[in-house]
Design a protein around this ligand. Structure first.
Ligand code: 5GP
Length: 366
């Protein structure tokens, strides 16, 4: 048994230090980044925020995200016909998800064929691929990534999840352009409770980002961000992309129905002869939010889930919050503002400009 004693940090353990800024207006802040990928050698520009391939990985989400040039990892339970029904602009902002499954890979190839034949993608390399598995630490998984890379030399491939530098390097050497980083930080994830396994997400970001950048590849920091400030910290810690689930939950664009419930609350009414307690009825709306390996998801998607993840996910009710657009605006506004505070002219400059202050962890305050 070994104990590593150096401190590992999470988002709430740090703050960004304000610095002199040359930015005249927040409007001048550059949200998008240009990426040139290591293996696929593709150049593309986008705002580096991805909606997770959970209930947030929907075409409705992609519709909205495409207006911001942000990306959506579409969940893997859409049929080929549902892919066909999308327009080219929406598809341009989608990432196709598969697990470690030949069957799902075959279906990806079929979707590519059909979309290409219909002119919805210009080339069969235009649809980025995310090879997603809860535990990216097995040799079988890196072999699978290698197999897919060999067959698709010019496709952007994202592989994960892992949370340590050596496995980031292994997956890059197997063919990933980007490695997805995060074991256990997700809002609907119970891995840490069920297995005791995990890694504080900010340190994972710093260490894995360093490992990936040393090999001219990148990382997608996946999970654990609860506020726009956490996203600013992720970019400051050298994340190339962030992937968000929980922050986008409860919106119209996520999978699942809105449920209504009548809630009774006590209210105090003042009458001429004193106070009386009355009951007030209020309709609360909520949506179900669930981890992709929760029993709820397994039942919802039935056959598709069998070999996906062990049940390390939870189901919960989250308040219904309406359209996702104000949430996106809030995130982008937060990033612009963070840029003016730390003297960064764009997301790309965050890493260079940032100084983190270690603070006493204060869960409730930020
Ligand atoms: P969030 O932004 O909600 O904190 O994290 C989103 C990420 O949580 C997803 O992209 C995915 O990596 C992870 N995730 C989704 N469902 C599950 C699950 O059922 N179990 C675990 N362990 N992680 C999950």
């Amino acid at each position: 048994m070994i104990i590593e004693n150096d401190v590992k940090l999470d988002f709430s353990d740090v703050l960004l230090k304000p610095k002199r800024s040359t930015l005249v207006s927040r409007k001048d802040f550059v949200l998008s980044r240009v990426f040139k990928t290591k293996w696929s050698q593709r150049t593309f520009e986008c705002v580096p925020i991805i909606a997770a391939n959970m209930a947030t990985g929907t075409f409705k989400m992609a519709n909205v995200f495409s207006k911001y040039n942000m990306l959506v990892a579409i969940n893997k339970f859409y049929s080929i016909n549902e892919w066909i029904a999308q327009d080219a602009t929406t598809i341009a902002n989608c990432i196709y998800t598969i697990g470690m499954s030949d069957l799902e890979y075959e279906r990806y190839l079929q979707v590519l064929d059909v979309l290409f034949a219909l002119g919805k993608i210009k080339s069969k390399q235009d649809l980025h691929l995310c090879i997603d598995i809860a535990n990216g630490y097995t040799k079988r998984y890196s072999d699978f990534v290698k197999k897919i890379r060999d067959a698709n030399p010019s496709t952007v491939i994202i592989a994960g999840n892992v949370c340590t530098a050596e496995l980031v390097q292994e997956l890059i050497l197997a063919g990933a352009d980007f490695v997805k980083v995060g074991i256990g930080p997700g809002s609907a994830c119970t891995t840490r409770q069920k297995t005791g396994v995990g890694y504080p997400q900010l340190s994972a970001c710093i260490e894995c980002g360093d490992a990936a950048h040393g090999l001219d590849a990148g990382i997608v920091l996946d999970g654990g961000m609860r506020s726009p400030g956490d996203i600013a910290k992720a970019f400051a810690a050298n994340a190339d992309f962030v992937m968000l689930g929980g922050m986008l939950s409860g919106t119209d664009e996520t999978d699942g129905d809105i449920e209504e419930r009548i809630v009774q609350t006590n209210i105090i009414k003042r009458s001429h002869d004193g106070q009386i307690i009355g009951l007030q009825e209020e309709i609360q709306k909520h949506k179900i939010w669930y981890g992709m390996s929760s029993e709820y998801a397994q039942q919802k998607y039935m056959m598709g889930m069998k070999d996906y993840r062990t049940s390390e996910g939870r189901r919960e009710e989250v308040p219904y919050v309406g359209p996702v657009q104000p949430i996106v605006d809030d995130i982008l506004g937060g990033l612009r503002s963070a840029g003016t505070y730390i003297g960064a002219t764009g997301i790309k400059q965050f890493g260079k400009c940032a100084t983190f202050l270690r603070v006493m962890r204060q869960h409730d305050r930020f």
